[in-house]
Structure formats: structure tokens, C-alpha cells
Design a protein around this ligand. Sequence first.
Ligand code: SF4
Ligand code: SF4
Length: 384
Amino acid sequence: MKKEIVSVVACKDYDYLKVRAAIERNFEDLGGISRFIKKGDRVLLKLNLLMKKKPEEATTTHPIFTKALASILIDYGAEVIIGDSPGGPFNTNALKGIYRACGIEKVAEEVGAKLNYNTNSAEIENKEGLLLKKITGIAVLQEVDQVISVSKLKTHGMMLFTGAVKNMFGIVAGLEKAEYHVRMPKNVDFSNALVDICIAAKPVLSFMDGIVGMEGAGPSAGDPREIGAVLASTSPYHLDVVATNIINLNPMKVPTIQRCVERSLCKGNFEDIQLKGDHLEQFRIKDFIIPEIRSIDLLEGKLPKFLREILNSAMQPKPVFTHETCVGCGDCGKFCPPQVITMTEKRPFVDLEGCIRCFCCQELCPVKAVEIHRPLLMKLMARL
Ligand code: SF4
Ligand code: SF4
């Protein structure tokens, strides 16, 4: 059986030289840069730049991680372009604000990497996709020779975990992402779409910033947690399996990993993984806070369909807005995929009838004013 290498290297903090040394060890473990990148290649570093957040908030790929990886590639002879299509609008002003707030503008300048400001979209064929045979992607994908995923190890309200596979959702251009949520409101479909998007992006390598990750109400409303790991693999699927293991999350509970296993992209365990780097046990965090499973779809196969449908309507989790914390920016309403949030006197109110439970409102709220509540019975069912 072919085994995919996943390299996990210890790195306790964002000291530039230490991070660079860790990434260099990752490259050695994977067989050297030249196996993947040719001198002169244009390489897109697809970061996780969800929104304007300071690096220490652990929502976005850390600038020092980005700087270290970019400078290694530039020293090798590649041309590096840094980019993402973040959560909100995809235009020059929005990108500029995010690059600056996340500390990426500064490090790009320091190492001579380019920031992507091409906000056009392009149709990307995806013959290997299951649900998505075409993707409306960011046009910069057509300008580069290679894509490298540079994700952040975090929990996620809808998908439990966001790592290498989910990171590639950011190749979907701007507000098209909301369209995908609306078209595929079921967890199983949406997770299949995420796998399709990752396949379409064809990352030649996947790195993960697991030096400080996010636990709890990720991907943006959780808390930073020191993990001390720099991860890399040629396979985003196997990388996610190892990353979930580090945070003591059963990989088979993660919808994207479930889909990958169903589609024979990985086994969902260590049978088809060759670990390299430091000993995995040293990274494992037993009490990493994982969000509760938010979708009854995850019970598919465990309960009869009619029962699931009854439970679905009776036990849906729901977004709850804390009006005292809310600053009235309106972003949750602007970017709610089915547009079921209305602002009244600068405070959001949701029509739960039309809510598809994508939790984008929580993800994009800049002040953590959105919580996801769910009935006690559902918490119990989710443990089945
Ligand atoms: S209210 Fe929130 S969870 Fe519901 S559809 Fe809108 S963004 Fe998604
Ligand atoms: S809940 Fe958050 S995103 Fe929505 S209006 Fe208030 S501050 Fe803005």
C-alpha cells in the first residue's frame, strides 16, 4: 500500500529562524523542494486569511510562518505570490486591509513576495470532482505553476476542523462561496464540495501552521492554543488526519475526512501514512476544545431517515446574536448566504426558517457576537 509522508516538526514559537528551520526539515522529510518546485516557478501560497485579525488571534496563517516559507522558496529560485479569497468581498480594498491587519503585507515586502490583487474569477474545470465539475475560482490560479496550501490548525463550527482541505475553499472567488453554501446546505454535500474544491486546486504541497492553533468556537471566535507543530505533506487529506490526531479529535468525525475516506483519497487512520519528523505523541493535546457537532446530518447511516428528518427539524442548532457585544457592522447580514438576517436599529435578527446553519455569521463576526446554541437532546444525539 502506498503511504503518504506527513512531516511533523516541533516549533514552540514564531521566532523566524526557528520556524524557518522547522519548515526546512519538513522539506527534507518530503524529499527536498526540487521534487515539487522548479527554479523559476511561480508559486501561489494559499494562506488562510479569513478576515482582518491580528496574528496573535490565531485566526489566520501567521505572518512569520508565511515569511519563512516564502523566503525558503525565493532563496531556492521560485517566484512567490501570496493570496486568498477571504470571507467577505473579494476586491482590492478588502484584500489590502486584510493583508495589512494580518501582518502579511509587511512580511511580503521583507522577503520580496508578491501579494495577489487580481480579483478576477475564472472557470476551472474539475473533471475529477464528484459534485463540482467546474469551479468559479480566483483567476490567479491560472497565472501560477504551483499552488501550496498554507493552512492554520483550527476548529470549525460547521466542519469541526479546518486544515489543509478546508483551506482550499478560499480559492472560490469572493461571494461565490455563499452560493456554494446555498446550493449545498446539507453537510454531506458541502463537505463533498470542499473535497472537490481541494482536488481542483491541486496543491502540490500542503503546510499547516500548528504552532499556535485555535480551539473552541473556531474558525474565528475560538481561543488560541499552543500546539508547537509545523506540519507538511504532499497530501492535504493525510495531513488533516494527522492534525486531527494531534488535537485528539477522531478524524472520522470530521465531515471532509469522512468524504475523503468514502472516495478512497485516504484511509482516515495511520495505515496509509508514513510519519516523519518528531515523535507525534509529544504534540498530542488531550483536552483540546472541539466544538460540538453542529449538524444532525452527521448521524446519517446511524438512524432511519424518517427519524433523522424529525430530529433535524426539532433539534437544529441555531445562531444566537449577543446584541450587547454586537457593534452593528452588518457583516453577518451582508454575507449570510440565504440572506435571512435583517438589521434593525443596527442589531441583527435572523429568520431561522430560512437559516441553512452554515454559521458564516459566526465565522465573519469581528467581535465574537454570534454564538451557536443547540438543544440538549441534540448534544446527546451527537455523541452516538
Ligand atoms: S443566519 Fe448565519 S447560520 Fe443561518 S444561514 Fe445566515 S449565515 Fe448561515
Ligand atoms: S453580530 Fe457581529 S457581524 Fe453581525 S452586525 Fe453585530 S458585530 Fe457585525
